[in-house]
Design a protein around this ligand. Structure first.
Ligand SMILES: *Cc1c(COP(=O)(O)O)cnc(C)c1O
Length: 369
């Protein structure tokens, strides 16, 4: 029997770095710099530079970075934020947390990101921001979205939680909009040993207020300028992320190699494969194929001990938690079809060519058998 191929293999990523990571964690224990501290400051500098941005602020999660991003733009109760229904729920959480309403627009069938052609129709006098997602590691179509933002004087917030280093027309994402949020959840392309996130911006004023908001609304201890949060990045996570960031470009190349191999080996199957737009350089956080018989294919892969996953099985406008928004099935047909057909195959830097070949073989068998 062939070896199982896990959907995600975090131990394989940690193994070669283990000594180095143990050492930086030990140093943090010696210093007791547990909340923020020098390693977080250094990581913020390094991650800002990776994003070709002026500022990055470390957070305790991507969700809290996105929440603060909307607070910086003064989005609040009664406001609307235009976003996508086909994403991880945290994109919409940020909107709900500030008391605003998510207004969904459908996605583009090729890239599964917000369809710019549908955005202007969704703008109302209450619209305060547009929040697209660079989903699966593939940038959304930023230029037409930014043109709409300029025309209507609206800020753009990038949910870049899945897209560390992804490029739009040769420039890395994260500073196309006013503010962006990244996640360092362990399964992300750059993952902490725990939770983590970052807010990235070129605005000094936003960076300063973001650092205050993440630390109880204060810049001076026990003096609180506004109601804030405990959203600080932990010292240990800053130290671990500093070690891992040095490998990120090489990991991205390895992910792109896996994706290219899948493209080649699956080209003759009936699957709809991920499409990289001409203006995009995806970092392939996920490799999502599409087919109407998705559920049967998933079962077939699992029977052959190949891990797979669904991103995402139910669009946000049909989630119970957003029932009060009043959307119904049929409102966003492209997103609903993507939710029915999507299947994420294993993809990570450590995945070998022979593992990819085996996944492709098992998929061929499904369609031949
Ligand atoms: C992971 C993710 C988030 C949230 O990040 P956390 O660090 O898990 O809070 C937000 N948006 C998207 C698209 C994500 O994939």
């Amino acid at each position: 029997m062939d070896q199982p191929i896990p959907y995600l293999d975090l131990p394989a990523q940690l193994r070669p770095l283990r000594k180095e990571i143990d050492a930086v964690i030990a140093k943090t224990l010696d210093n007791c710099s547990f909340c923020l501290g020098p390693d977080v400051v250094q990581f913020e500098r390094d991650f800002a530079s990776f994003c070709e941005a002026k500022h990055a602020a470390g957070f305790n999660s991507g969700t809290s970075a996105l929440h603060v991003a909307l607070l910086l733009l003064n989005v609040g109760p009664g406001d609307e934020v235009i976003t996508t229904p086909h994403t991880f729920v945290a994109t919409s959480w940020a909107i709900s947390y500030v008391g605003a309403r998510p207004v969904y627009v459908d996605i583009d069938d090729q890239t599964c990101t917000m369809d710019p052609k549908l955005v202007e129709k969704a703008i109302t006098p209450r619209t305060k921001a547009i929040m697209p997602v660079h989903l699966y590691g593939h940038p959304c179509d930023l230029e037409p979205l930014l043109a709409i933002c300029r025309k209507h004087n609206l800020p753009l917030v990038e949910d870049a939680a899945q897209a560390h280093g992804a490029k739009y027309k040769g420039k890395v994402v994260g500073t196309f909009g006013a503010v962006s949020g990244f996640s360092f959840y362990p399964g992300k392309n750059l993952g902490a040993c725990g939770e983590g996130g970052a807010l990235v911006t070129n605005s000094e004023a936003y960076a300063t207020r973001a650092r205050s908001l993440r630390e109880h609304g204060s810049t001076q201890r026990y003096y609180h300028d506004e109601v804030g949060f405990n959203y600080r990045m932990e010292g240990i996570q800053g130290a671990v992320l500093g070690v891992k960031l040095k490998h990120l470009n090489q990991w991205t190349q390895a992910r792109r190699h896996v994706a290219n191999l899948y493209h080649k080996l699956l080209a003759d199957t009936p699957l709809q494969l991920p499409h990289e737009a001409v203006w995009a350089e995806s970092v392939y956080h996920l490799y999502v194929v599409r087919h109407p018989r998705r559920d049967a294919l998933k079962k077939h892969l699992e029977e052959h001990k190949i891990g797979c996953a669904l991103h995402y099985p139910l669009p946000l406008h049909l989630q119970k938690c957003y029932g009060s928004l009043g959307y119904k099935a049929g409102d966003f047909p492209v997103a609903e079809k993507a939710a029915r057909e999507c299947l994420s195959l294993p993809i990570y830097p450590e995945l070998t060519d022979s593992q990819v070949q085996r996944v492709a073989q098992v998929i061929h068998k499904f369609f031949e058998g």
